[in-house]
Design a protein around this ligand. Sequence first.
Ligand SMILES: *[C@@H]1O[C@H](CO)[C@@H](O)[C@H](O)[C@H]1NC(C)=O
Ligand SMILES: *[C@@H]1O[C@H](CO)[C@@H](O)[C@H](O)[C@H]1NC(C)=O
Ligand SMILES: *[C@@H]1O[C@H](CO)[C@@H](O)[C@H](O)[C@H]1NC(C)=O
Length: 342
Amino acid sequence: MKSVFYSRFFILLPWVLIVVIIIDIDTRRPSNSSKAPTARYYSPYWRRRIGRAALMRPQPSDTSMGTWTTNQEHLTSLDSHSGKNNSLPIIYAITPTYSRPVQKAELTRLANTFRQVPRLHWIVVEDSAQPTDLVRRFLAGSGVRATHLHVLTPRRYKRSGLPRATEQRNAGLAWLRQQYKPQRSAGQSPAQQEYPSGVVFFADDDNTYSLELFQEMRTTQKVSVWPVGLVGGRRYERPVVENGKVVGWYTGWRADRPFAIDMAGFAVSLQVILSSPKAVFKRRGSQPGMQESDFLKQITKVEELEPKADNCTKVLVWHTRTEKVNLANESKHPQDTIKIEV
Ligand SMILES: *[C@@H]1O[C@H](CO)[C@@H](O)[C@H](O)[C@H]1NC(C)=O
Ligand SMILES: *[C@@H]1O[C@H](CO)[C@@H](O)[C@H](O)[C@H]1NC(C)=O
Ligand SMILES: *[C@@H]1O[C@H](CO)[C@@H](O)[C@H](O)[C@H]1NC(C)=O
């Protein structure tokens, strides 16, 4: 009796494991896989199935590629009327976000900053299986040129101690690379292509950004760096600069990191992002707090970094944290007669 049980058990075990693995892989794809999303949304996974025929090289203002660009005509006319410089490099700000009580408040604060920055394209990446109405409506009324993406973090990565927003930042990078997909007919390698000028910056939704920061990062040639305030258990962290070159890091935490810098402390030129198509944020083998180093290692060296903010002597961005809201008196079934989005 016992041996029958064991033999069945061992025959079934591999199949159970296979099913578990398939379910796990499947949660990384959108559930309605047979249906291509509407043009308004872009999920990094569906374009692969559409194939190369659909691929072309649009201008950043192209709306036909699943880019959802808000208020664009309005912004364009504003730009030309106020004489804004249309040859400025575009700043792409990639913002991972997730649903929580303070989400709309944080996004509002960010939009109020970004609205004042010329030639900024906001890439908002939700950690969700579907784009939420809250973020969609918010971006539509934000007055910022924006693209709304979403990708769900697999459940096995939603543990404390693991890096956050990895999938969302990578989805932002994948979208950019898709937008500027090179035509390989000439047989060129990505490194030989000519790319438009632009700057990519990872703008978490809880930080505070001075407008001057965007002027500084706009001139990034490869990878630029600057100090970040209120981070690492110190008033600030900064790259140490000698003779215009980064030679080390002033930091309160793990100074042995190859790039001891916060996500808010650097920007990368679009050319570098596009010419190193394999550079992504890593889950595998990445220790907590090493996301930045693991990413920058793939695209640059410390001695190549371009110090901004007066040779890294000014704090123009702060790693602020919104206090956890107290909802202790919120009832499970709110008694209000109307439903309000907060
Ligand atoms: C626009 O920006 C480019 C690049 O920064 C600069 O070379 C050009 O002089 C600027 N033009 C105007 C009208 O400000
Ligand atoms: C940074 O330092 C270098 C070398 O000391 C100097 O030439 C340059 O003018 C400085 N830049 C700024 C913006 O202060
Ligand atoms: C919740 O309600 C209790 C009792 O009315 C009050 O004492 C408490 O201050 C409230 N909590 C918050 C955070 O407002």
